[in-house]
Design a protein around this ligand. Structure first.
Ligand SMILES: [Zn+2]
Ligand SMILES: [Zn+2]
Length: 239
């Protein structure tokens, strides 16, 4: 792909600079130490949904009241950031194709966060509907999942699951409307012979997209489902 060559040439020919402040940077991630420290990291949230809790690392009240496997349909959420400045800006740049090198940064940071976790049997990026993927030219979830799978040494599966229903832009809808829209949005086109899967996406807003995909996998016999995302919208953060 053209952007890969562009990124490669840029990487080889230009001094490495921080994506945010443009200062020279030797971290290999294009993120200087000062900017990295200032990012809106989301740490110690609910292990199931990643929202902040009063007791760090403990399930939030809502997740404690829900039985395992139901709403959210995943067992664990791993996220790096709150969806807040400057991450929201970076994600938008990335999503609209102006910062595909950011996938490498997000993947490297997720791999760091996941270093001590039990690896899943496979990583599945959230599929885009084929029409949307054609318009965009790429699937942002796959762009993150590919280097992440390589770094973690996990198989990447982006063929088994497909999005069969296009859904209107979700950003203006309530959580309930999103969930209704997404019912039956995904399907498996071949059986999955795995028990533990990690789903990858760029942003978790209400979680309804990841839940719809998790429901599809759960119905196919997957027992442990994780959601790995770069950023999580907190209640009160505009999207
Ligand atoms: Zn910087
Ligand atoms: Zn929770």
């Amino acid at each position: 792909m053209v952007y890969r060559w562009g990124a490669y040439l840029q990487h080889r020919l230009l001094p490495s600079r921080c994506t945010l402040c443009l200062a020279p940077d030797s971290s290999g991630l294009n993120l200087c130490r000062d900017c990295r420290a200032d990012l809106p990291w989301l740490i110690g949230g609910c292990p199931r949904c990643a929202l902040p809790t009063s007791a760090p690392g403990q399930p939030c009240g809502a997740c404690q009241r829900r039985p395992s496997g139901f709403d959210p349909g995943f067992d664990r959420t791993v996220t790096l950031f709150q969806y807040a400045p400057p991450i929201d800006h970076l994600v938008q740049r990335f999503k609209f194709g102006q910062g595909l090198h950011l996938a490498r940064l997000f993947a490297a940071l997720l791999a760091e966060r996941l270093r001590d976790s039990t690896p899943p049997d496979c990583i599945i990026p959230v599929p885009l509907h084929p029409n949307r993927q054609r318009q965009r030219g790429f699937n942002q979830a796959l762009e993150i999942a590919r280097p992440l799978a390589r770094q973690l040494g996990c198989p990447l599966d982006y063929h088994s699951c497909q999005r069969i229903r296009a859904t209107p832009a979700q950003s203006q809808l309530s959580a309930a409307q999103r969930r209704r829209n997404l019912r039956g949005a995904f399907t498996l086109i071949r059986p999955l012979a795995v028990k533990h899967v990690a789903l990858v996406d760029d942003v978790m807003t209400t979680g309804s997209t990841l839940e719809a995909l998790a429901d599809t996998l759960r119905a196919a016999g997957v027992e442990m489902i994780e959601a790995w995302v770069c950023a999580r919208t907190l209640p009160g953060n505009a999207r």
